[in-house]
Write a protein that binds this ligand. Structure first.
Ligand SMILES: NC(=O)c1ccc[n+]([C@@H]2O[C@H](COP(=O)([O-])OP(=O)(O)OC[C@H]3O[C@@H](n4cnc5c(N)ncnc54)[C@H](OP(=O)(O)O)[C@@H]3O)[C@@H](O)[C@H]2O)c1
Length: 279
């Protein structure tokens, strides 16, 4: 039995369906079973990662866990939650990040470092998935594209190697269901490096309407787009994008090596999500 957390989300949801396709028994940890629309064949059990005491029923008879951590919001509970899980199961496959920081106080990337350390120290068998930027981050453009066919954003020339959630899940399923991945830290990306302007164009192709990228200045982004976000987070987002103009996110072939299938392109991701960008 494999327990999947984040099962109502993008990566966890895809792990659930890929495990079902393989005929593996799956249980989903959800905070609100009434709201969770999961496929038939999945056992749905209520539990909250921020409340370790709530996890008992979900962990009953479980061999392995696919762990998506609600970074920052549940960090206070992390030591106890990881202990609780590690005592009950044999293996954890943890969805971390390729930017995982050495510094555990460093925001979301520090949160991943904290979780990795807790899991390593717990004595459980583990594999860490460290994907680069998710293709799904471009869903932040969906409203602008639906309304006006335009993406007003910073740094159109920033190059990323965005990865499809199904490929992240596929790597996770390999680590959950096959041997030989104990103690591995897999850093991986999509198959190509493409600029943000090219991503907007690819979405246009997927929806059959042109989509224009209109670059705004970092200052305009601070005042408009990112107003209301914590200033440190805005600084980090802007600095990371500026950096990717001159130093594109490197491309790996890890997805192909581990799953036997090339990672999906951004164009394939956009085609899979065309409905999200269509008025
Ligand atoms: N975006 C990127 O570029 C990127 C890159 C590398 C790594 N990551 C990491 O990927 C992870 C997010 O994955 P995703 O995009 O697949 O997630 P997502 O689609 O945002 O879904 C989040 C999931 O977490 C569940 N959840 C939230 N709080 C919870 C709690 N207290 N207890 C139990 N479940 C809880 C939600 O379930 P309910 O709300 O239904 O309960 C939902 O299923 C994060 O850890 C992020 O740091 C992201």
């Amino acid at each position: 039995m494999i327990l999947v957390t984040g099962a109502t989300g993008r990566v966890g949801g895809s792990v659930v369906s890929q495990l079902l396709d393989k005929g593996v028994p799956v249980r989903a940890l959800v905070r609100d079973p009434q709201r969770a629309a999961l496929p038939g064949g999945v056992q749905v059990v209520r539990g909250d990662l921020a409340d370790p005491a709530s996890l008992g029923p979900a962990l009953e008879g479980v061999d392995s866990v696919f762990l998506v951590w609600p970074t920052l919001t549940a960090d206070h509970a992390a030591p106890q939650t990881i202990t609780e899980i590690a005592q009950r199961v044999q293996r954890i496959v943890y969805l971390s990040s390729n930017g995982v920081s050495e510094d555990t106080t460093d925001g979301i990337l520090g949160s991943h470092a904290t979780l990795e350390r807790l899991i390593e120290d717990s004595g459980v068998e583990w594999t860490f998935l460290r994907p680069g930027g998710f293709a799904a981050n471009t869903l932040a453009w969906a409203e602008q594209i639906r309304a006006e066919g335009v993406v007003r954003w910073v740094y159109g020339d920033a190059r990323r190697a965005l990865v499809h959630e199904r490929d992240i899940a596929a790597v996770g399923v390999v680590a959950l269901t096959e041997e030989g991945h104990k103690g591995a830290r897999y850093t991986f990306t999509g198959p190509e490096s493409i600029t943000q302007s090219e991503q907007a164009q690819a979405i246009g192709v997927a929806i059959g309407r042109p989509v224009r990228f209109e670059e705004i200045t970092p200052e305009d982004a601070r005042q408009g787009l990112f107003a209301g976000l914590p200033p440190q987070l805005v600084d980090d987002i802007l600095a990371a994008h500026a950096d990717m103009v001159t130093r594109p996110e490197p491309v790996t072939d890890t997805v192909q090596q581990l799953t036997g299938t090339p990672a999906r392109t951004f164009g394939e991701w956009a085609a899979d999500h065309a409905a999200d960008f269509t008025p």
